[in-house]
Design a protein around this ligand. Structure first.
Ligand code: TTP
Length: 399
């Protein structure tokens, strides 16, 4: 059997994270999401296809060097998941997965037994997804973001498909949002009589579309780690809960860790830092003296050297936080934190959410960042500033 991964999205809602990396390279436990997918799919498929944007092809190909994967460029023209799909050669029998979902791969084994099947996941907010309308265990249609969802079962973005589906690719037109949608291909096929089973799946699942989902996907992965210590731990370090400490990492004296926490290779933690649950330190990162980090994803090469608090945030690669940089993650009114997504304020559904800082940004000393604020890649924040609005890519924020 073959497997296909659609990974040619723009990932605009994930800005500023995707200002400096394509969405498939967003890390989960310091490993690009794309590699999680490839390793999962290789368990059940002997041939893998990944569809990417032309500008990402080189980066993705070099990441997948050594893996047996065909990297295919998405066709030009109107974008969308159906365009990604139509870029593939015809196949007999295959699994198809959207590149931004994170899930338990044990599901794939079960899927392999069906001719045509779609995975359904029950969620509490179905109106935000494609909702499955079903009859017995068969799909009637996928309804995109309905106001009155017929069920709580949504399209998990994971399918088992047969060759017949290719026949319907040319039978659709652009959706109301101006994209060629793979769900329209599936709806057209089902309407024409194709039997598609709905496989209910109730293990962990997340669609990484918005910046805080990066924290949540990492948290899901963290909850499944087993303690492994390959790095060095100095005397007087206290570790509670599960931790992974990779090779070359050093945890210096006086540090207190409450797992689950992941510390990537060649990182330096401490002396006297406090890493709390849900923290992922990418490779080559630093959390220095009197630094507290909680529920955050710190990407490769980023330094938080002195006297800082980082809560419920994503700090991308090669960022430096000046001494005394403090990130607020809770509003005084304790309402859910909002964030601007493609220019529109959206609720995150989270009481605790700090900041999202793009790659290569710098903050001066004593900078304060308010909840839900995004700081673009390569931005500079003037010492002592209170950052109370989004900062654009490359902007020098000086109040
Ligand atoms: P989306 O999340 O709908 O789109 P996106 O990745 O472009 O993100 P954003 O809306 O934030 O800009 O895409 C769902 C999946 O489909 C994702 O895994 C990427 C894939 N996809 C393609 O392969 N090609 C495309 O043209 C689009 C739009 C998505």
């Amino acid at each position: 059997m073959k497997a296909v991964l659609l990974a040619a999205g723009k990932g605009e809602r994930l800005h500023p994270i995707t200002e400096t990396r394509p969405k498939p390279l967003v890390p989960i436990l310091d490993k690009p999401l794309l590699l999680w997918h490839v390793e999962n799919l290789q368990r059940v498929a002997d041939e893998l296809y990944v569809v990417v944007r032309s500008q990402d092809k080189e980066m993705v190909s070099s990441l997948l060097n050594g893996y047996n994967v065909h990297v295919i460029e998405q066709k030009d023209g109107i974008g969308g998941t159906a365009t990604a799909f139509s870029s593939l050669p015809t196949m007999e029998d295959f699994i198809l997965v959207y590149g931004d979902v994170f899930y338990n791969p044990s599901l794939l084994q079960k899927l392999a037994n069906f001719d045509n099947a779609i995975v359904g996941k029950e969620v509490n907010n179905p109106s935000e997804f494609g909702v499955l309308s079903i009859n017995d265990s068969f799909l009637l249609s996928i309804i995109e973001k309905p106001e009155n969802p017929p069920s709580r079962l949504i399209n998990a973005g994971i399918y088992k498909l047969s060759k017949q589906i290719f026949y319907y690719v040319d039978k659709i037109s652009p959706s109301s949002r101006g994209e060629m949608e793979f769900t329209d291909v599936v709806n057209t096929a089902v309407k024409d009589g194709l039997k598609m089973e709905v496989i209910k799946y109730d293990d962990f699942w997340i669609d990484i579309g918005k910046p805080w989902h990066v924290i949540e996907a990492n948290r899901l992965a963290l909850e499944r780690i087993e303690t492994r210590i390959d790095g060095e731990i100095e005397n007087n370090v206290i570790i509670k809960g599960k931790v992974v400490i990779e090779k070359g990492a050093v945890v210096k004296s006086g540090t207190y860790i409450e797992g689950p926490v992941y510390i990537g290779k060649n990182s330096v933690i401490g002396p006297h830092s406090y890493l709390r649950e849900g923290t992922v330190m990418g490779s080559g990162t630093k959390a220095g003296a009197s630094v507290e980090i909680k529920g955050s994803v710190i990407m490769e090469g980023t330094k938080v050297p002195h006297l800082s608090y980082v809560g419920d945030s994503v700090i991308c690669e090669d960022v430096n936080l000046g001494a005394g940089t403090l990130i607020a993650n809770l509003r005084f009114d304790e309402n859910d934190v909002k964030m601007s997504i493609k220019g529109k304020m959206e609720t995150s559904g989270r009481k605790k959410l700090g900041t999202i800082i793009g790659g290569h940004a710098r903050t001066g000393i004593n900078v304060t960042i308010l909840p839900g604020v995004k700081i673009g890649s390569y931005a500079r924040i003037y010492p002592g500033a209170i950052v109370n609005r989004d900062v654009q890519k490359g902007e020098f924020f000086k109040p």
